[in-house]
Design a protein around this ligand. Sequence first.
Ligand SMILES: NC(=O)c1ccc[n+]([C@@H]2O[C@H](COP(=O)([O-])OP(=O)(O)OC[C@H]3O[C@@H](n4cnc5c(N)ncnc54)[C@H](O)[C@@H]3O)[C@@H](O)[C@H]2O)c1
Length: 256
Amino acid sequence: MSASNADLRPVAFVTGAANGIGEAVVSRFLAGGYRVAMVDLDAERLTETRHRHDPGGERTIEIVADVSDEDSVENAVTTTVNAFGRMDAAHNNAGITSSGPRTHELTRKAWDRTLEVDLTGVWLCMKFQISVMLEQGSGAVINTASIAGHVGYPGGTAYAAAKHGVVGLTRSAAIEYAPTGIRVNAVSPGPVQSDMMAASLARRGPAVRDWYYNNSPTGRFATLEDVAHAVHWLASPEASFITGHCLSVDGGWTAQ
Ligand SMILES: NC(=O)c1ccc[n+]([C@@H]2O[C@H](COP(=O)([O-])OP(=O)(O)OC[C@H]3O[C@@H](n4cnc5c(N)ncnc54)[C@H](O)[C@@H]3O)[C@@H](O)[C@H]2O)c1
């Protein structure tokens, strides 16, 4: 066993770690004493983000991977286990949005890519993570769904189809693995202040921005940290009897 494998600090695997919610989750896991495998498609941004949170590079590794590519995901999981010896928490968070066009205006290319990243990417990550967790006899998977995984999202039908899929995947896998010590949950954020949201609002204009605010009972967007705290808690022993749950981090949006 290598020195790092003898290290008892827990290990988290986070996709979409270079930016937004994923970056905030990396920061929260580091604050909670974890070592973290940071996974993202954007190599340059990943290195910048890693240096910001772990300047010495002792508690993190960076892995460039496309979550929609099976070999890439298998390699990311293997690299993590080789480096850290285990995987206690996995946050499958990388995602894209194709919001804007209505259903009949969507291109096949946009539909396919949204489903590949936002749904197939989550399944591929789970496939390889759960194999590791089964050998350990423990582990917590947290997927990033969305309010669009629970209610309709006009102008975002591909995204909503993918996120509804993430909810079904999460609940089904939770039941499959409940007897094994592996928990599978999701967070379902409402609108979050991130680059993805900023790009979407810039593309779709003030009417969509007003729609978000008018439908937010709290009158605000989620912060990145609002979501990160929920992910960290779902991974923790305090959530040890919680599986198959999609935790709304939406300021009451889906309570309406
Ligand atoms: N921002 C919101 O309002 C909001 C609301 C609900 C759910 N979400 C979900 O939260 C997650 C994170 O969103 P965000 O707002 O932080 O977005 P973001 O654009 O700020 O960050 C997403 C990260 O994922 C990475 N990524 C994209 N495609 C990838 C791929 N194929 N493989 C690996 N990495 C990839 C990007 O490089 C980026 O670093 C997404 O799943 C998104 O659908 C966001």
